[in-house]
Design a protein around this ligand. Structure first.
Ligand code: PAF
Length: 280
């Protein structure tokens, strides 16, 4: 497995792979890799990538003031070992200083899909995401890039960026990977105490039972309302940041949950902000 720290060196190597006819997959991450990330590498393998480039970069530009940039968990050594074991062929560990040179002044802003949900609650977040992802695309020129459904809005925003800025690649979305308890895997789960982890289950439990109520054979009369889902999450001791039902394609709010919707939750469990969603 190749290890790169310098953007220029990664770019040169990727260009050479392309020239040799190799199919390149990019898996962008912020590190502290867990099974969710490993499933993205697995997806890249299944889709026939010859080279799988995993980027590990806690991108300062996508964190707002008072968010967890400094304390975001990092473990380069473990990430290296996990990438190698999972079959990645290159790993990219840039530093903030070599991703954002002095007086960096160009940013990418998506102005439609990023308005609501996490975009409304975390101003500037998607500007940071789009900027770093655009840079990673330019460094690697992948045939496709794999993102996790857990960040559903992020996937939609990046797809729009790819469409509107004519990036020549496909965006692949991989399903959410959950712990056996149902909790969506996240690097931020490491912040949770045992008690908080228990409380957090209210999110997945309620979202998954809402989704299950739409599967064939289930009785519509037992379908929980969004208000019930919200009340259950708050009753468990979490503080809802938002609970929203949107059209899965346009992210426009929908009053009633129906097929073709995505129901998304962001909630604080103590100081930790957790997100999760289900596609109906
Ligand atoms: O989803 C993430 O981990 C990040 O937002 C991403 C896509 C790696 C950009 O920093």
């Amino acid at each position: 497995m190749k290890i790169f720290k310098e953007p220029k060196k990664l770019q040169k190597w990727c260009a050479a792979q392309k020239l040799a006819g190799k199919k390149i997959a990019l898996v962008p991450t912020m590190g502290y890799l867990h099974e969710g990330h490993l499933s993205l590498i697995e997806k890249a393998k299944k889709k026939g990538a010859d080279e799988i480039v995993v980027s590990v970069f806690v991108n300062p530009v996508q964190f707002g003031p008072g968010e967890d940039y400094e304390k975001y968990p990092r473990d380069e050594k473990a990430d290296l070992a996990k990438c190698r074991a999972a079959g990645a062929t290159a790993i990219f560990f840039p530093t903030p200083a070599n991703m954002y040179l002095d007086c960096h002044s160009v940013y990418v802003c998506e102005e439609d899909l990023s308005k609501g949900l996490c975009g409304a609650r975390r101003p500037g977040h998607f500007r940071g995401v789009c900027t770093v992802v655009a840079k990673l695309f330019n460094l690697t020129h992948p045939d496709f890039a794999v993102f996790g459904q857990k960040d559903y809005q992020q996937v939609q925003v990046i797809k729009r960026m790819v469409r509107d800025l004519n990036f020549d690649l496909d965006i692949v979305m991989a399903p959410i990977v959950r712990e056996p308890s149902g909790l969506a895997r996240s690097s931020r789960n490491t912040y949770l105490s045992a008690e908080e982890k228990e409380k957090a289950l209210a999110i997945s439990k309620n979202l998954l039972s809402l989704k299950a109520s739409f599967s064939s054979g289930s009785r519509t009369t037992r379908r929980p309302s969004l208000a019930t889902v919200a009340a259950n999450i708050e009753k468990a001791g979490l503080r809802l940041d938002y609970l929203s039902c949107v059209d899965a394609k346009t992210l426009e709010p929908r009053k009633t949950v129906a097929k073709g919707c995505c129901v998304l939750v962001a909630a604080y469990d103590g100081k930790t902000r957790l997100i999760d969603n289900v596609l109906i």
